[in-house]
Design a binder for this molecule. Sequence first.
Ligand SMILES: [Zn+2]
Length: 213
Amino acid sequence: MQGTINASHHALDHGLAVNLAGGSHHAFADHGEGFSVFNDIAVAIRVLQRDRGLERAAVIDCDVHQGNGTAAIFAADPHVFTCSFHAQRNYPFHKATSSLDVALPDGTDDVAYLAALQAHLPRVLAQFRPQLVWYLAGVDPYAGDRLGRLALSLQGLAQRDAYVLTTCRRAGIPVVVTLGGGYATRLDELVEAHCQTVRVAYQVAQAVPACRV
Ligand SMILES: [Zn+2]
């Protein structure tokens, strides 16, 4: 919780920050579910609205499960855009309504996933113009995930991370990264998937200069 709040302040001040935890997107205002007790991103957004005068926040949720708690918490808040890329037939089976839901069919691969991102993300950023993006980088779209239903490779996950971060950064929008879910059968692959998110974030921060809108 505090890690995501701290990372959010840091991102606003320096352009990009990663919390090596967080992304508890199934937690609602009044109850937790799906391995999520408190919704760290929702709390961080409320803190930054209060303390930093944040007027437009966006959540880009690429965990394979729909960000139902986040969507419900901000359903009536026009200052927060919630966007979820998730497996259509996966948990939660009763889905909340995000500002934008991109429901992907079982077996979606690297190419189709990246195409979905490219079809929506630039438009969301251009139209809503968030001052800060929370990127929920769950690695459970991985083909080797026990709870995923999608079929991304490790390379596809890295391409996803690079695309989201580069697109935000080129638009001059700071980004907070949280880990989200990951349930790969092989622990070494799970660790590698999360590690490469952090490596990609570092590489993007080095390669793409931050600019303020
Ligand atoms: Zn998940």
